[in-house]
Every structure is written in C-alpha cells, then in structure tokens.
Write a protein of this length. Structure first.
Length: 114
C-alpha cells in the first residue's frame, strides 16, 4: 500500500486548503484514515480521524475549522481546512490503520502566512 498526500501550499491567515490522501490497493474501504501534522520544532500531533464507517473526530485545536471526509470509491481521504491560522503551519501526514496494517504517507507542507 502506498499513500500520497497532496494539496498543501502557502495560504494567508483565514484562508482554506483541502488536503487529499490517495491510497493504492483495494483495502481503503476497511481502514481508518488519520491526519497528523508536525510544526517546525515540535512533535507530530494528531489532527483528525475518520473510521471506516465514517465517524469523525477532531483535535480540540482544529474543531469547527476542519472537516475530514473520505471517498471509498476513489480510495481517497480529505482534510478540508478553513479559517487557517499561523499555528496550523506544518507538514501534514495521512495515515491509514486497521485490519493489521498501519501506513503513513509522505507529508505535504502547509504554510499559513499572516
């Protein structure tokens, strides 16, 4: 299984970005999808997750500003980020887990400028 995250970029404070995570293989529908981020000089932290059944959870720091979703037909997970703040800057990673697997994708950089 390979994961490819994309959609990062430079955005101004208050702007929006949608990150995508495409998985190869045929197991996407049975795994959970998680998004994590790592800010410069900080540890990687969990941002949001969605189960195979579609239940979503969010870190308090992004709740109300971020929406996680998935399209099993496209083997793709999404992270819609709105009202971005400077503290949202970092490298964002997707991860799929479940059924005995645990894969991380390469990150995509999000930079929020004031």
């Amino acid at each position: 299984v390979q994961l490819q995250a994309s959609g990062g970029g430079l955005v101004q404070t208050g702007g929006s970005l949608r990150l995508s995570c495409v998985a190869s293989g045929s197991i996407f529908s049975i795994v959970g999808v998680g998004w994590y981020r790592q800010a410069p000089g900080k540890q990687r932290e969990w941002v949001a997750g969605i189960t195979s059944g579609g239940s979503a959870n969010y870190a308090d720091s992004v709740k109300g500003r971020v929406t996680i979703s998935r399209d099993n037909a496209k083997s793709t997970g999404y992270l819609q980020m709105d009202s971005l703040r400077s503290e949202d800057t970092g490298v964002y990673y997707c991860r799929i887990t479940g059924g005995g697997i645990d894969y991380w994708g390469k990150g995509t950089l999000v930079t929020v400028s004031s």
